[in-house]
Design a binder for this molecule. Structure first.
Ligand code: FHN
Length: 453
């Protein structure tokens, strides 16, 4: 351990002194496992479980709060919540259709809740009867079907796993002094029960990793007081021991504040990427891999009365904005209890896929904008030898301009029409590209600037 620390310190000192940046072995391993993830830029988040049965309403109680938290905000006792299991029979679930929807949307990976805070396992767990096979009339292993289909269609399959577990006997939701439907009541660990629960989690994670071979372990629920940073490090080591090249987010430890690592001294345990939620960091998170996870309406888990759907063009703008800052977009769908993804989600994803089929080269495998300032009319992404200008507001004066960015532009053209050479001027102040009167794409038109390397 001391040798490793010495090597890391030596490399860090070298880097500080302008010695050619030398990646530590840990960084090189991380770069290798992150390669597909950095290329992907766009994934599907799926929040699905027993909470889709009440779908946001319990005994007449509705709430603005997120659907997958209904056990908490409707203050449903374990025994009552368990009654949703015999009602969960997703006979319309079709793994091929779900993966087709994601693939046609231009998504490259799927992250699905293997177990959310309610403790219900959406896969066939051998260490719990509270799962899709043993507790529901459906009796089949949904995750087996989805994992196999995702891989068959060329998408990466990933698991979300919640550290907090409102159903497990080791924990209880502390409502002391709070109105039953008060929000965010804390989940407590009964004294002396933590070791038993950590062993349970490790047994489930072993099943998930060895049984389904996920590419990413998306931890969540780490904010509990009883879960410590040493717990996070231990769990990180455990998961990495089961699959050395698995990608792990920054929520296995206590690192979720704007994307800080779990521990600045132990970057190895910081997790592989940050997870800003329902937000896009205004300046991105320089030097860190990160992924903005967002809903399409206001909830992660299905709520039948949540009709606050974001328009498709705003979802495309989010994707471009995030890519222009060097991040990934993990966009959520919340399937209904019968296994069908809401039509509102399907329609929006189809619009995104149509745009990406034309403009995907300006998103996949790109890095952040080369410009210090955000373009007033849109965003930019880059690749070696290319800068992509994503124009949201098409100019009425016939040209768009960029600041100088240290490279000479050799050609400009519309990505959708590669033969469309556009006139350009450039000087020490920047580049001017002369464009057609009408915007070729009503949402976002991409102009390619080819540059000398
Ligand atoms: O409490 C969860 C919530 O239900 C949802 O899963 C989000 C998605 O990132 N994560 C937690 C809130 O930060």
């Amino acid at each position: 351990m001391k040798t490793k620390k010495f090597i890391n310190t030596f490399l860090f000192v070298c880097a500080l002194n302008g010695v050619v940046a030398v990646h530590s072995p840990a960084q090189s391993e991380r770069d290798s496992r992150m390669e597909w993830w950095r290329e992907a830029r766009f994934g599907m988040f799926i929040h699905w479980g027993l909470y889709a049965v009440p779908a946001g309403e319990y005994n007449g109680i509705r709430s603005h709060r997120i659907g997958e938290w209904i056990m908490e905000w409707a203050n449903i006792p374990r025994a009552e919540y368990e009654k949703f299991a015999p009602q969960f029979n997703p006979v319309k679930f079709d793994a091929k259709e779900w993966v087709r929807i994601a693939k046609d949307a231009g998504m490259k990976y799927i992250v699905i809740t293997s177990k959310h805070h309610d403790g219900f396992s959406l896969y066939d767990s051998k260490v719990s009867e509270y799962d899709i096979v043993d507790a529901t009339p459906y009796k089949k292993d949904l995750m087996r079907a989805l994992a196999d289909e995702a891989k068959r269609q060329g998408l990466k399959f990933c698991f979300y796993y919640s550290i907090v577990d409102w159903h497990h006997p080791s924990q209880y939701v502390d409502s002391a002094g709070k109105h039953p439907t008060a929000g965010n009541r804390t989940t407590k660990m009964y004294p002396g029960k933590k070791e038993e629960y950590v062993a349970y989690m490790k047994a489930q994670l072993r099943e998930l990793i060895t049984g389904y071979d996920p590419e990413v372990l998306w931890f969540d629920g780490e904010w509990q007081e009883w879960w410590t940073e040493p717990d996070g490090k231990d769990m990180y080591r455990y998961v990495r021991s089961l699959k050395p090249n698995i990608i792990i987010n920054n929520r296995v430890g206590k690192g979720r504040k704007g994307m800080q690592g779990m521990n600045k001294d132990d970057q190895e345990y910081a997790g592989d990427f940050g997870t800003p939620e329902q937000q896009i960091p205004p300046m991105g998170i320089p030097g860190v891999d990160w992924e903005s996870c967002m809903t399409m309406n206001k909830t992660w888990g299905y709520k039948f009365y949540d009709n606050q759907w974001k328009p498709a063009d705003s979802l495309i703008y989010n994707l471009i904005d995030i890519a222009s800052k060097g991040g990934n977009y993990l966009l959520n769908v919340g399937p209904m209890a019968d296994g069908v993804i809401p039509q509102e989600s399907v329609e929006r994803l189809a619009v995104m896929g149509a745009w990406l089929r034309v403009n995907g080269d300006a998103v996949y495998g790109t890095t952040a904008s080369p410009f210090a300032q955000q373009l007033p009319y849109g965003r930019a992404t880059s690749k070696p030898g290319k800068v992509f200008l994503h124009v949201f507001e098409w100019p009425g004066n016939g040209f768009v301009q960029t600041p100088a960015f240290g490279k000479t532009v050799t050609r400009a053209y519309l990505l959708a029409q590669p033969g469309s050479g556009l006139e350009l001027d450039q000087d020490s102040d920047g580049v001017t590209v002369y464009v057609p009167r009408e915007a070729p794409d009503k949402v976002a038109t991409v102009i390619v600037l080819e540059t000398e390397n």
